[in-house]
Design a protein around this ligand. Sequence first.
Ligand SMILES: Cc1ncc(COP(=O)(O)O)c(C=O)c1O
Length: 413
Amino acid sequence: MIGVTGPYLYIGSLRAEKIAEEFGTPVYVYDAELVEENYLRLRRSFRYGNLEVMYACKANNSVEILKHLRDLGAGLDAVSPWEVALGVRVGFRREKILFTGTSVTVEEMKFVRGELGVLVNVDSIPQLRRYGKTFPETEVSVRINPGIGAGHHEYAVTGGVTKFGIYINQLDKVEEVLREYRLRLVGLHAHIGSGILRPEPFVETAERLLKVAQLFRDLEFVDIGGGFGIPYRPGERPLDLDYLGSRLSSLFEEFSSKYGSVKLRVEPGRFIVGSAGVLLVRVVDIKEVEVGGTRKVFVGVDSGMNHLIRPALYGAYHEVVAVSKADRPRVLTADVVGNVCESGDVLAVNAQLPELEEGDVLAIMNAGAYGYSMSSNYNMRPRPPEVVVRGASAKLTRRREVLEDLLRVFVEL
Ligand SMILES: Cc1ncc(COP(=O)(O)O)c(C=O)c1O
């Protein structure tokens, strides 16, 4: 649980302020029980029994969370060879991992398929040829671009006219290459975007994929990708998961009764971890300026776009909570800004906050997905630690970077 009681923000049963004191700021904090709840909520919305939830670890690759999801029975969606390697190291069974890359080299496929023994989900016809030449007479999966795209921002749309997948009107080419290299197509896949709050694009994608599936008789799974959105703004309507789960279950039941059972795979990242994480930061500087008679306030914190790039990259909204003043009137309108030398370095624009002072801890809410995993060392800033909370216990699972971590890669210094 992550929520406010009285003046305090709690993560599990711990006060966020206490976690910040113990581990320092900035710090990413995840609630393992909430991760589990989100995972189970998603599973429960599908009536179709032959379902596999492939967690998209690009959203959050905390090893603690990966282990937890592995133990709950999840598979793994990996988009780079090293994500695959991490999944194998964490103990995901190879057959429960799918590698979906883009602009993939032969060397990468040799590593994933040859060394790690993980199924490759191919993104283009030329890649399928390269795969066939390298691994003839083996199993393969293909990513179809169904001609539908959706997402919370244009950069998060991955279906339609984008670089992703084999366009749905190129199936004759797929069949040709499969024949040429005697490949067995075991999976059909699509991923149309991220942060989608309407069920319709998923239903349409499934309909199109299942039509394609009728052409291929060796199929073991049809994977409709991830992209299940979560509400970030107050008042935003959540995705109607029950409706979506029920519609998709009907489509797969109908297909299976005609053509034999096929596994339905989904690849959620954001839905599982997004709401289960916060970034705790500390106020270090409050700057007030008068612009044309209006007061503008910048609340400077000890973090920034290098730790959470979503506001700078997508104009994304994250609610900000003053963790020990949560019940005070929100009388202050301010931009929460970071310590990176860029004007775009914002965590929140026009946030509604209580009066603040230096030293206050703020929680940037819903930061569990695409937070740490998109962070960088820009400006020679270290990445923050990660802490996983279970009830009343808080465990450091990734340490804060130190100067030596950043200097180690230079060949000469
Ligand atoms: C291939 C693939 N699958 C799944 C996902 C997970 O998306 P989301 O976190 O929106 O569920 C992504 C992310 O864009 C992806 O590229």
